[in-house]
Design a protein around this ligand. Structure first.
Ligand code: CP
Length: 307
């Protein structure tokens, strides 16, 4: 039963519960008109303490396409946060006005704190360099739709594996499906945090290798998940400038990739995928962003208990 629950971490829902969400998303994609009024009379609050294009717009579009309405802020200084109001007090107030909320915050754990004080479901829309569970729902729905399954793949994850919250959430989630193998491609300074290696990969006997060079490993991949270097999480600009162009996927590198490999990226991209790659049939990152809206429609509908 998903009604009334919060989503803070990708492991909050069982595989069966995720399947319920994906199955509803499939139905919404097939028959969007059937869902135009299911959330009529309901309000989503979007509390974005950090910038966003895809996550906030797709949440808001999702609620509007379900017939609901949206309130919120995209700039915390336009709210009483600027006067020093805490996350706990803000969510208590938002609970009085809305039926469900999506929160993005630069502080890791802020949506979790919010869920402890909230009367309504809280959805983590990204907390610092920690987790981004609805991006993971987006990624899983995309893999499921483009590759037909969530198991038996060699998945390359490339870029900023240290600060990339989408990476942390995806690794947690995909590790629950059978027989996936991970190739973690990053500069030495941006490798995956130890806690993910120990508590997720090693604890669950997930096969993984680490690599520094994308060209060395691209030929074995079924899925390539590119990420940008997360400038906003760096302590100094010099390190960012040195590392920002560590990987640039271009047509030449793709010559060695499988014909049916898919390329994903949570976006925004900076330099890490050349624009010429957009024309390649393996590039799935724009349809991935669209699937993000449908899976958020399914998530909102399930947490509100209207579908
Ligand atoms: N993928 C993602 O989280 O994008 P935004 O930062 O634009 O929401």
């Amino acid at each position: 039963m998903l009604k009334g629950r919060s989503l803070i971490d990708p492991m909050d829902f069982t595989i069966e519960e995720l399947e319920e969400i994906f199955s509803l998303a499939d139905n919404i994609i097939e028959n969007p008109k059937e869902y135009l009024h299911v959330a009529e009379g309901k309000i989503l609050a979007t509390l974005f303490y950090e910038p966003s294009t895809r996550t906030r717009f797709s949440f808001e579009a999702a609620m509007l396409r379900l017939g609901g309405q949206v309130v919120g802020f995209s700039e915390p200084n336009s709210s009483s946060v600027s006067k020093g109001e805490t996350v706990a007090d803000t969510i208590r107030i938002v609970s009085c006005y809305a039926d469900i909320t999506a929160m993005r915050h630069s502080k890791e754990g802020a949506p979790k704190i919010a869920s402890m004080y909230s009367e309504i479901p809280v959805i983590n829309a990204g907390d610092g360099g920690h987790q981004h569970p609805t991006q993971t729902l987006t990624d899983l729905l995309t893999i499921r739709k483009m590759k037909g399954s969530l198991s038996n793949f060699t998945i390359g994850i490339c870029g900023d594996l240290k600060f990339g919250r989408t990476v942390h959430s995806l690794i947690k989630a995909i590790s629950r499906y059978e027989n996936n193998r991970l190739v973690l491609i990053s500069p030495k300074e941006l490798t995956i945090p130890e806690y993910i290696k120990k508590e997720i990969l090693e604890k669950n006997n997930i096969e993984y290798v680490e690599a520094e060079n994308l060209e060395d490993v691209i030929d074995g991949l079924d899925i390539l998940y590119m990420t940008r270097v997360q400038r906003e999480r760096f302590f100094n600009e010099e390190d960012y400038i040195r590392l920002k162009d560590s990987y640039i996927l271009d047509r030449q590198k793709l010559d060695n990739a499988k014909d049916d490999m898919i390329i994903l990226h949570p976006l925004p991209r900076v330099n890490e995928i050349d624009y010429e790659v957009d024309e390649d049939k393996r590039a799935c990152y724009f349809i991935q962003a669209k699937f993000g809206m449908y899976v958020r429609m399914a998530l909102i509908a399930k947490l509100l208990g209207v579908c």
